[in-house]
Write a protein that binds this ligand. Structure first.
Ligand SMILES: *Cc1c(COP(=O)(O)O)cnc(C)c1O
Length: 397
């Protein structure tokens, strides 16, 4: 349990800055960075007690570290989860969330539209260990119901999806999944903890790539797994992480902790900028289609508004005329927005998923994930939106 009675009464913006804070005897303002791999004991007896768990004492930073604990406690408080474990990257979180729970003979039902590496884990790695995977169109509740009419042990999905921003009804899919006996794991990287709390909508587990909005300034990799299910997180995932070793470095945990302090300000500004840019792109001749959950033209606009705190998110996808060539022309013409496959950053970043983040998928798999040759993904930053619109305008004409 990480929530203290005090942090429970705090509102989200206060938790982001203060939850989990544990000052040392020096009374430092900013959280201390414990850059240490191990810990020492007053006696051999104390070491023994630390290892049996009779005494609360850090033993090794692969297991736990004070800076990492502050990060985990703060993120848990912000997300409204009882338990949180930090990991070295978002993919370490996704992989551990699935692999710790599943065994040979189990079945996973997942949305088709996934981040390339998430898809690879479920489609190519887990089946090698006899874990069956079935993919469905995440926006089609009948398809979920059909796939979940046979028992399953896990459901995995992203909403909004990367990069095509399809929105999945978390409450409805969670209800179907629970009837089939499945644990619902939601990769919440795109919405971030500012816009969407899947556990409140029925999901059992949330994973983050903290590399994205939590750091938000392009400095560090990191990830996290959150849940209210003690048996799952404390007794299944935690030992898996301890023994397999995808530990988050204390230094990276400290950076991510600083990121959490400003996440709401950044994400709100990014969403405001993104809506204006999506509206602008919709008026451009070189652009065939703009996909942004905050636009009424988005097929799941109403669901997105309900599920994502009334905001459309920080990412826009759009299809340009002229396929790959047309997409490359616009990207190469940009002077402010950087070509980069990261997202959630204060700097606006643009990528061509078909040739980068989702390159390993076959053309058919790409289409299933909503990716065409002219699809561009834009992660909107916190720059002055007028400069971003000017940049896109000069590059697309
Ligand atoms: C980036 C990303 C990941 C992977 O996170 P890393 O920190 O790069 O390992 C997983 N899921 C989604 C949706 C992502 O965008």
């Amino acid at each position: 349990m990480t929530d203290t009675d005090q942090t429970k009464s705090w509102r989200s913006a206060t938790r982001q800055v203060r939850a989990g804070l544990e000052r040392t005897a020096f009374g430092e303002t900013s959280e201390a960075l414990f850059m240490t791999s191990g810990f020492v004991y007053d006696s051999a007896e104390q070491a023994e007690r630390a290892f049996t768990g009779e005494e609360d004492h850090y033993v090794y930073s692969r297991y736990a570290n004070p800076t990492l604990s502050i990060f985990e406690n703060r993120l848990a408080a912000v997300e409204g989860a009882k338990y949180c474990k930090g990991t070295a990257s978002g993919m370490a979180a996704v992989f551990a969330a699935l692999a710790a729970h599943l065994k040979t003979g189990d079945r996973v039902v997942a949305a088709k539209a996934l981040f390339g590496a998430c898809y690879h884990v479920i489609h190519a790695i887990l089946p090698r260990w006899g874990i069956q995977a079935e993919f469905v169109d995440g926006t089609d509740l009948d398809a979920w119901a059909k796939a979940l009419s046979t028992p399953a042990q896990a459901v995995f999905l992203e909403t909004p999806s990367n990069p095509a921003l399809s929105i999945i009804d978390l409450a409805a899919v969670s209800a179907l999944a629970h009837k089939a006996g499945a644990l619902v794991i939601v990769d919440n990287a795109f919405a971030s903890t500012v816009l969407q709390h899947p556990l409140e909508l029925g999901a059992d587990v949330v994973t983050y790539s903290a590399t994205k909005h939590i750091d938000g300034q392009g400095r560090s990799l990191g990830g996290a797994i959150l849940s209210n299910n003690e048996e799952y997180l404390e007794n299944t995932v935690a030992p898996f992480l301890r023994q397999t070793g995808p530990a988050l470095s204390p230094y990276n945990a400290w950076i991510l902790l600083k990121g959490l302090e400003t996440i709401e300000l950044r994400v709100q500004r990014q969403c405001d900028n993104a809506l204006q840019i999506a509206q602008f792109l919709s008026t451009q001749d070189a652009i065939e289609e703009v996909i942004y959950p905050g636009l009424e033209s988005h097929p799941q606009h109403h669901l997105a508004m309900k599920q994502m705190s009334g905001k459309g998110g920080t990412i826009i996808a759009f299809n340009v005329k002229g396929g790959k060539e047309g997409a490359f022309k616009i990207m190469n013409g940009l002077q402010i927005i950087d070509i980069s496959n990261n997202l959630g950053d204060v700097k606006s970043l643009i990528t061509h998923p078909a040739t980068t983040t989702h390159q390993k998928m076959t053309p058919a798999e790409q289409l299933d994930a909503g990716i065409r040759s002219g699809t561009i993904r834009l992660s909107v930053g916190i720059e002055d939106v007028r400069d971003l619109i000017d940049d896109l305008s000069q590059a697309s004409t």
